[in-house]
Design a protein around this ligand. Sequence first.
Ligand SMILES: [Zn+2]
Length: 398
Amino acid sequence: MLGVMQVRYRYRIYPAPGQQQALARVFGCARVVYNDCLALRDACHAAGERISDTEVQRRVITVAKRTPQRAWLGEVASVALVQACQDARRAYRNWFDSLAGRRQGPKIRHPRPRRKHGRQSIRLTRNGFALHGGRLYVAKVGDITVAWSRPLPSVPSSVTVIRDPDGRYYASFVVQRQSTPLPASDREAGIDLGLASLIVTSDGEAIPNPRFLRTASRRLRRAQRVLSRRQEGSANRARARRRVAVLHRKVRETRLDHAHKTALRLVRDNQAVYAEDLAVAGLMRTRLAKSVADAGWSQLLRCIEEKAARYGRTFGRVGRFEPTSQVCSACGVQDGPKPLAVREWTCQACGTAHDRDVNAAKNILAAGRAERLNACGDGVRPRLAAIVAEAGTHRSAA
Ligand SMILES: [Zn+2]
C-alpha cells in the first residue's frame, strides 16, 4: 500500500481570448468524436457485430476526416481525439461489464453523449502538452497561463484541460507522489453515513454538513426553476444558465473542501476507518434521500480512501446484509427492526442505552475489523451473524 501513488493536481488556468477559441474547437471536436464512438458502438452492438478498438478509432477519426461533414476534425491536434476515443471506450466497457455483472458496486448507466452546454474537457498525454517555464503548452493552442497554487510533486504524465459551464478553465495533472506515513495510532473508527449529519462516528461524534451547503442548494434549486422557464435561445436563458453553473460550482467547492477536511481529520486520528459500502447503504434509504446525499457520501469516501493511502492508514468498506441498527453493538443481540423515528433505545438483553447512529457506527467498526481479519482467508464474506459474534468476543476480551 505504501510507496508511490498516482494523484491529480488541479490548477486554474487563464487562456487568452484566442486560446479560448482554439480550445473551444478542440472541445467541440473531442465531443463529436466521443459521441460518434458511442453511436458506432451502439450500432454494432444492436447489429450483434463485434468491432475492434482500432477499427472504431479508424472510422471515427481517420475515415471521418475525409468526409465533408467531419473534415474540420483535421484542424485540431489528433492526440485529443485519440484520447476521446479511449474515454468513450472505457465508458462503454464499464457499462458493459456492469451489465454482465463483472463489475462491483452500483449499476452503471449507458454512457450519455457529451453535451455542448455541459462541462467540456480534453485529455492529453505527453505528446500533446508540455510545461514551458511556468506555462502549460497545449498542442495547436499555445502557452497558457497557470495559477500555480502549489508546486507539482513530479513531472505529470497527462493533463485534462477543463472548461466549466460557468466559464472557468482548469488543468488537472496526473502525477506520481510519494506516500508519507503518519506515526501509528491505536485508535480505529467506524462511520455511519447519515442525512441529518454527514456522518456519525463510533466515538459518538456527529459531523454535520456545512450550513452554507443547505442555503446554496436551496438557491441552486430556485435558479434551476428559473432556467427551465426561460425561452430557448434567449439572452435571459443564457444568463440563467450561467447563474446555475456558478451556484453549482459553489456547492461543489464547499462540499469538496468539507470532505477533504473531514477525511483528513478522521485519517489522522485513526489507524483504520471503516464505512458501509455505498451500494449497500443506498438500499436502506429512500430514493429521494439517497439522491440528495449520495454525491456527498461517495465524495467523502473517496477522500478518506485517498488520504488513507497517502498517510499509510487503512480504509475498509463493509458490505452489510442486514441493517446494523437492529443489532446491539454491546452484546450482539438482534432485537428486530426499528422505525427511523426511533433515535434512541435501550437493549432489552444487556441494558445498554443506544443512540441509533452511534450504535450503527460501532457495528460498522466491528464488522470492518472482522472483515479485515478474514481478508487473508478464502475470500468469502462472513455473514453478519459471524461478524457480530466476533465483535462480541473482541469486546469481552478487551
Ligand atoms: Zn445489548
